[in-house]
Structure formats: structure tokens, C-alpha cells
Design a protein around this ligand. Structure first.
Ligand code: AKG
Ligand code: FE2
Length: 212
């Protein structure tokens, strides 16, 4: 018998977002969904991220925005590449799925999300990202942060958790398990990436509002 893969997220949310996702974001400022992308698409995106890392196409990520951006490997150790439409079939499929998610979040939560930006991120063993907020001080467009993990067979003892610091509540550690999606509010949720003992691959992204 062929093992059936659970259907990927988009088929579920044509009609409505899974209630826990919208509710979690609205009530707690974050939510997670464990099988957001199909195994096949996750593997294709992971292979693309790994190939980009091997060919030297990923660049050390900076801290801050625009001309004020600086490289601080002590604060942030990932290497990244911003996604462009048409870069690959897998990336286009991913961007299409995120477009459906944008529409669904707007319908459920009236967030007025207008566009999506996203990059591959590759954390080598020992690399992390210290506690921070994703919304910039001089640009309040980033509204919902999104991370999708691309790691097969992740074990808790390998570290690499996304640690959320919800205001007034205890921290939440989320392991970077392949196909898992995490959403949180960019302006409010302090979070950090703990170092891992193996490569840690992801797609990080932000739904943005139109500038006011
Ligand atoms: O990879 C993660 O779990 C979070 C990444 C992150 O915080 C960021 O890129 O701003
Ligand atoms: Fe972040």
C-alpha cells in the first residue's frame, strides 16, 4: 500500500483558514501549522536552498534596513537570498501558496496585507539570531512574519528552535521541522533563533501593509 501524504495546507484553506491559525494569531500573536507544504515541495525547496548555499549564492544577512544595515555575525549568523518571481518552479509554487495565505488572512482577520517578501535562510551549525522584532523602527509595513522550515528528520536535541517571547507569558520553543509553518505579529513578537548542531534551512517572509 502506498502511504498517503496528508493534503498540503492550501487545499484546506480555500474556504477558510484552519480556525486555530487565525485565532492563534489574533488571540496570542502567533500560531503554527505542522504540515503546511507537501513533502515534495518542501524537499524541492530544501534542495534549492542547499544548492544556493553550495554555489556561494547566499549572502550574509544584515541587521537593520537600507543604508543603516550592518553585518553583525554575533547577532545574526544566517546567509540568505531574496526570492524573485520566476526564479524556479518550486519558488513560484511557494509564492502562489503564500498569495492564497495572504488573501485568507485578510478575509479572516481584516489585516490589509498587501504584499509578501521572502528569503531563503541557511544557518550553519552554531549560527543563530539573537532576540529581535521583525518590524523596523522607520518602516511599519511588516505586519505578519512567516517562517517555513525545510529540514528533514529534525530531532529536538539538535537545537535550532525558534524561541518566541510572547509578552507577559512564558517562552515557546518551536523546532524547525520540515513543512512546518509559524506565523507571528511582526510588531509585537520578540523572537530568536537558537543555534543548532546541523544546518538549518528555512524560508522566512513578511506580509506587508501598504505604507501609510
Ligand atoms: O528562522 C526562524 O525561525 C526565524 C528567523 C527570523 O527571525 C528572521 O529571519 O527574522
Ligand atoms: Fe525575525
Amino acid at each position: 500500500m502506498v502511504a498517503m501524504q496528508p493534503p498540503a495546507f492550501p487545499e484546506h484553506f480555500r474556504a477558510a483558514l484552519p480556525p486555530h491559525m487565525a485565532d492563534g494569531l489574533a488571540e496570542h500573536g502567533w500560531s503554527q501549522h505542522n504540515i503546511f507544504l507537501s513533502l515534495e515541495l518542501t524537499q524541492e525547496l530544501a534542495a534549492e536552498c542547499r544548492a544556493l548555499a553550495t554555489s556561494g549564492a547566499l549572502n550574509p544577512a544584515g541587521v537593520g534596513k537600507g543604508a543603516a544595515q550592518v553585518l553583525r555575525a554575533d547577532i545574526r549568523g544566517d546567509r540568505i537570498l531574496w526570492l524573485q518571481a520566476g526564479q524556479s518552479l518550486a519558488c513560484d509554487r511557494y509564492l502562489q501558496i503564500m498569495e492564497s495565505l495572504r488573501v485568507a488572512l485578510n478575509r479572516e482577520l481584516y489585516l490589509g496585507l498587501d504584499e509578501y517578501e521572502s528569503h531563503f535562510a541557511f544557518y550553519a551549525p552554531g549560527a543563530g539570531y539573537q532576540a529581535h522584532l521583525d518590524r523596523f523602527r522607520d518602516d511599519d509595513c511588516r505586519t505578519v512574519s512567516v517562517v517555513i522550515y525545510l529540514n528533514q528528520d529534525w530531532l529536538p536535541e539538535q537545537g535550532g528552535a525558534l524561541r518566541l517571547h510572547p509578552l507577559g507569558k512564558s517562552t515557546e520553543d518551536i523546532a524547525p521541522v520540515g513543512s512546518r509553518l509559524v506565523l507571528f505579529l511582526s510588531a509585537d513578537m520578540v523572537h530568536e533563533v537558537l543555534p543548532a548542531t546541523r544546518d538549518r534551512l528555512s524560508l522566512a517572509g513578511w506580509f506587508r501593509r501598504r505604507p501609510t
